[in-house]
Design a protein around this ligand. Structure first.
Ligand code: GLA
Length: 666
């Protein structure tokens, strides 16, 4: 397990570089990532390439026993290039350009930018080919950051029409798939299809969904330019991209064929504030939400069902969330352990030193702007030492959460409730598993599902016969399945099937959906389950059972007594359908029953903010709270890091099973 850092030599006087790089090596750093925003430094004038500075930085890094990870610099095209080709700029739905002056100011479908990308990427790839000190490449930087996956410019309009032509073949097939007789939206030709620009009322849900799919595909096509050129130059390099947390418009799974390595950028105290409906608790402001960060770890591991990297790890205070709290003492070390426990093979801190200039002056580094150690430096150094001894296989999860971005887009397009949010719904089940120390892969349904004892499918909204058959095959062979609310509601074109939900899943579920409703707090939100009373939230479905058994029913409200949760034996396995969005206690009950049926071991329910994760025979106990906890370790456990008291924002590692531990708060 290795620790690394993101470094920007171009930000610092040349005479400082050697000292910086020497200090990185002293801290146990093994990888140094560079150059993602350096196009105007590499090519200050059109055609005048200067890579000598990067050559020198790479040489210094290798002289000190470390390896370089380089980036293609296309996230920030220089001003002279935008002046040459203003059509590169993206446009908002109302036509407003996204001007030069920040970053990500280019359209994925700009022919001019794709040509310029080929030129600069091949120039760098050819220059560094066969350089033994460049381990691999990151393509661009955070595709879609600042909401730039979707663009409404004329180049996107042209590309969208071509995308639709390829997907539907002829315009009548598109009219049929979308259902365009509604509101007089019938189309006579693909040329009549525009990007969904500003309108008085909401857009057609099928057109919007296809536009989201097209936009996500545009980023994938653009990334393939980088990957193909880099591989052509030197196929020893790994090709990676750095994705983002809880990011909804970029479909990371669609990049799997073009990337060797998935990486993502983890900023726990920021994410707890700016991409969850719930307000961040004091502990989350100091160390983040372990299930929010953990689910992203497990998604980027699940993308290729292999180890991933954290390409950018928060190093201290960060500038972009609503607030910039200092992380808890030890949090930067805890985050590195958390990532490795969830399958990361490398954790690179963003950045080496706080930058004196530009938009991120109020963003920490491992060192302060004067080069002195900052709060994260000693954490990183300690984590590097502790993790260097571990050489681990990937996480071997017994449970899979199925995820498709199409379901996120479709349910968030028609939420039916102000508090319907796909990631939050999915995390309800993920958190129930993690509170029981159960690891889960977040995977696309087209992945190999044969190795999982249990599968959970949060809001598996768009279902076709092929997906239903995949799930039927798994359950018939003995996999235990838990389907959740809003599953099987629509077909792949985002249209209601001609039969009640769950449509193609009906044989599996053994019940159908008679009614759905979204329910605010001031309405009844109670169900019984296994004779106990529980709360649910946001969304509910009234089920009519065929040969399924009712195991949960509504109490009160218009649906009083109607079936809410069902179980159905199917082949060697069972299918549970949870027709409500469960609150935490009900989620725990439904999930532990699933784990019992699947014979998957689990621990007692861990306290909020305390998590255990197992990887290759080692278990991490991680404390994301400001109070120490004591751990009753399994009898045969061998302590590797720490001891049986896990300090505030601390981590203990032992050789042994996660399911056998217990934790006492205080
Ligand atoms: C993202 C970007 C970085 C930087 C950090 C700040 O991860 O990739 O360039 O802006 O956020 O936290």
């Amino acid at each position: 397990m290795t620790v690394g850092v993101c470094y920007f030599p171009e930000h610092w006087p040349h005479e400082r570089w050697e000292r910086d790089i020497e200090q990185m090596a002293e801290a146990g750093i093994e990888y140094v990532r560079m150059a993602e925003f350096s196009w105007s430094r590499i090519e200050p004038e059109s055609g005048e390439i200067d890579l000598s500075w990067l050559d020198e930085a790479v040489s210094l890094i290798s002289d000190h026993g470390m390896e370089a990870v380089l980036c293609t610099p296309t996230a920030t095209p220089p001003k002279w290039l935008i002046d040459q080709h203003p059509s590169i700029l993206q446009e908002e739905p109302d036509g407003t350009p996204r001007h030069y002056g920040s970053r990500r100011h280019y359209c994925f479908n700009s022919p001019a930018y794709r040509e310029e990308t080929r030129r600069i990427v091949s120039t760098m790839a050819d220059h560094f080919a066969d350089n033994p000190h460049v381990a691999g490449w990151q393509t661009d930087n955070e595709y879609g950051c600042h909401e730039t996956i979707r663009c409404w410019c004329d180049d996107c309009a042209t590309a969208f029409r071509e995308w639709l032509r390829e997907r539907y073949g002829d315009i009548e097939s598109l009219n049929e798939a979308w259902g365009t007789t509604f509101w007089s939206q019938h189309l006579r030709s693909f040329d009549e299809v525009d990007p969904p620009r500003h309108t008085a009322a909401e857009h057609h849900p099928s057109r919007l969904l296809d536009y989201y799919r097209f936009s996500a595909d545009s980023a994938v096509d653009y990334n393939a330019i980088h990957a193909d050129l880099l591989r052509e130059a030197d196929d020893d390099w790994f090709i990676a991209h750095n994705f983002m947390g809880d990011f909804d418009s970029c479909d990371a799974f669609r990049f799997a064929d073009d990337l060797d390595l998935f990486t993502w950028d983890s900023y726990p105290t920021g994410f707890a504030q700016d991409r969850r409906p719930a307000a961040a608790s004091p502990n989350e402001l100091r160390a983040g939400d372990p299930d929010q960060v953990g689910m992203n770890h497990d998604l980027y591991r699940g993308a290729k069902q292999q180890p991933f990297w954290v390409m950018e790890q928060q190093p201290g205070d960060v500038n972009w969330p609503p607030y910039a709290p200092q992380p808890g003492e030890g949090a930067m070390r805890l985050w590195a352990h958390h990532a490795v426990a969830h399958g990361a093979d490398a954790v690179l801190y963003f950045r080496w030193r706080r930058c004196r200039e530009g938009q991120e002056q109020y963003h920490a580094g491992l060192r302060k702007q004067d080069g002195s150690p900052d709060r994260g430096y000693h954490d990183a150094d300690q984590a590097a030492t502790e993790l260097a001894e571990l050489d681990l296989d990937t996480v071997d999860a017994d449970v899979a959460l199925l995820h498709e971005y199409d379901n996120l887009w479709a349910t968030n397009i028609q939420p039916h409730a102000p508090d319907w949010e796909y990631w939050t719904h999915m995390r309800q089940y993920y958190a129930a598993l993690r509170a029981r120390s159960v690891q889960a892969d977040v995977v696309h349904p087209d992945r190999d599902l044969s190795g999982y004892d249990a599968i959970v499918t949060p809001a598996l909204h768009l279902v076709d016969d092929a997906l239903a058959a995949t799930l039927e095959g798994a359950v018939e062979d003995g996999t235990e399945l838990l389907l959740t609310v809003r599953s099987g509601t629509k077909d792949r074109a985002n249209k209601l099937p001609g039969v009640p939900a769950p449509g193609p899943l009906t044989d599996l579920v053994g019940a159908t959906v008679d009614q759905h409703e979204s329910v605010p707090e001031r309405l009844d939100r109670q169900v019984t389950y296994d004779g106990e009373s529980y709360e649910f939230r946001t969304f509910a479905e009234w089920l009519d059972t065929d040969d399924a058994t009712t195991v949960g029913s509504y109490v009160g409200g218009v649906g009083d007594g109607r079936a809410a949760i069902t179980e159905h034996e199917f082949g060697a396995g069972h299918v549970a359908y949870c027709g409500v969005w469960p609150e935490a206690d009900l989620a725990d009950a439904v999930v532990t029953d699933l784990l019992d049926r699947a014979d998957v071991g689990y621990s007692e329910r861990l306290p909020t903010g305390v998590r255990a994760a197992q990887r290759d025979g080692y278990t991490w106990v991680m404390n994301f709270t400001s109070d120490p906890v004591s751990v009753a370790l399994p009898e045969d456990a061998r302590l590797v890091v720490g001891d049986d008291t896990v300090d505030a924002f601390g981590a203990t590692v032992y050789e042994g099973e996660a399911a056998d531990l217990s934790v006492d708060e205080g």
